[in-house]
Design a protein around this ligand. Sequence first.
Ligand code: BES
Ligand code: MN
Ligand code: MN
Length: 459
Amino acid sequence: MSAINTYIQENFSRFTDELMELLRIPSVSADSNRNADTSRCAEAVKEALLKVGCNHAEICQTEGHPIVYAEKIVDPKLPTVLTYGHYDVQPPDPLELWTSGPFDPVIKDGKIYARGSCDDKGQFFMHVKALETMLATQALPCNVKFMIEGEEEVGSSNLGTFLEKNKEKLKADIVMVSDTSMISMDNPSIETGLRGLAYMEVELTGPNRDLHSGVYGGAVANPITILAKMIASLHDDNNHITIPGFYDDVLSLSTQERLDLNKAPFSLDSYKKDLEINEVWGEKDYTTLERTGVRPTLELNGIWGGYTGEGAKTVLPSKAYAKISMRLVPHQNSQKIAELFTRHFESIAPDSVKVKVTELHGGEPVVTPTEGIAYKAAAMAIEECFGKKPIPTRGGGSIPIIALFEKVLGLKTVLMGFGLDSDNIHSPNEHYGLFNFQKGIETIPLFYKNYTALHQNSK
Ligand code: BES
Ligand code: MN
Ligand code: MN
């Protein structure tokens, strides 16, 4: 066994304990009651980076949650990898569906259960432990910079400014991110694209106050009824999105590209079984892999209004609300889509209600190159570690900052994620396999070695 793998094996139970410590900190970025915890988590990440041997680490304050920056510079002449991740997590609710506390990590069946175990504490922490391993075994071949942020789950709205202001500090040759998933541990894969996002909130107002539904009902528009109709009209019978102009810029795939995409191992039966659904749903004439990978979608994330408490209340509410997000593909633009949505949603509202549309946040889609030394280095590392060539796939999720790495810093990204779609990220009982955690720590040093070698050869 290599010195690196021996070191990982000998220290793996400590690595796991350290990850569990990090998972105990409830760094929920969306919840301002957790701000102190979120800052405490940034401190813990900084300490972890210093402890493994970074020669510099700092907490960078922003208008929102802090960013942790750290570096280990071996030799300025060598290439530099900028590792990005996020220490913030999604809110844990609904709490009653967790089988153990979301911030009380436990190991069951070879997996760590806790909020953030996969997304993204467990994944970025692999890079911290991989750095420890490389330094302990004298195997770090290049320079490393870390940027671990605390606002990814709420849209990274302060990170763009941070990139603009710190171009020099963040100078690197490639961005490395572990915040995506693989098809399975038997079918390793690398995501080569992420969708963009346009996230909207709508508010409908009917009468100026809540009314008695017997006294006024049937004579005054109920904003919940109107909202339900408006929402239902956003998809047609083929489940196409009806917003005029929505598909105008969508990059369509060639027949060959579609064939390639659908070659990825995927079982519709297991998919349905896992979700306990009788049938899948989606845009006509596209497969499930296409629907989540290369086609744009519109999804209702929440809808509320009126009385939702215990028992009955006969009310005709004044207001109804919904949160609606659209996933975007190349070459759609989130600003343009937000404007098209707003115009359309306002235009379909009847005179009986007033409508207010707000854009919450947005982000651009990305495609990461499969040509070039960085993808090659990652593919070789995965093949060496998993015994199989990784399959390039398109992910359905979004990491808005990736587009900005290219736009602001001119840097390409490799998405070398080790999660699984079944890890329940953003959902109760999120977990991360110890095997995935270990494989990740083993693969990362190989990536560094391959990347540095290919980089030196390409000069
Ligand atoms: N790590 C996820 C994105 C992801 C998940 C990519 C699975 C590929 C596979 C990230 O933390 C995330 O949840 N992003 C949000 C967007 C953000 C602006 C709230 C998302 O995709 O909903
Ligand atoms: Mn994430
Ligand atoms: Mn997430």
